[in-house]
Design a protein around this ligand. Sequence first.
Ligand code: PEP
Length: 249
Amino acid sequence: MNSKKKLIAGNWKMNGGLAANEALLKALVAGLENAACDVVVAVPAPYLAQVQALTAGSVVALAAQDVSQHEAGAYTGETSAAMLKDFGVRFALVGHSERRQYHGETDAVVAEKAQRALAAGITPIVCIGETLQERDAGQTEAVVKRQLAAVIHLNGHCISEVVVAYEPVWAIGTGRTASPEQAQAVHAVLRAQLSAASEKADRIRLLYGGSMNASNAAQLLAQPDIDGGLVGGASLKAPDFLQIIAAAR
Ligand code: PEP
């Protein structure tokens, strides 16, 4: 059993707008006075300044949904870690399955992104997870171990500076959640891999993501190696997100 504070991160994906963001964040901040866990929102880059202003002085920490693997220069459309830092960004998702799937991000690119984030003082939330095809072929363990191995030894940084999110691809946005036992089984494998690599493995927060919602969050979060959640769809509705946060004690 570990005693670290849980972390609930909302991933808005490519959703939102000035008016909707304001309404969502006002409801969220108002409902968060006694949060027992850390709360993060990963927002689209154009809204970083707006969300920074609306969450100032609250417990909500700001996250980016991606970060460039490059430091600066001729990389049209990219956002560097230093730019994110200018807007008070504290966390950045890296290697989300939608980035791996639609933007061809490899384990090596994900590791470079994690490294860039850390160098700028931003905590990477490294997303890993198997596809349905890989699960059906009995490859879940091999896939997640390979993905985690890519970020275990980041130059000059300790793995304990990273947050890991296990997100089975077949559970993301599908309404099909991994059962608490399925999720815990993978988290235990990841914890063992981390323990073999670092004596600080117990400090690393392992989040579960994939159709987490107000009804299933408590059971998932009660598992011994699940230290929080990465929440997509349900983070866009303040009452649902607040219920998930309330379940994270
Ligand atoms: C996600 O985008 O990381 C995610 C887990 O989405 P959802 O909760 O909608 O499945």
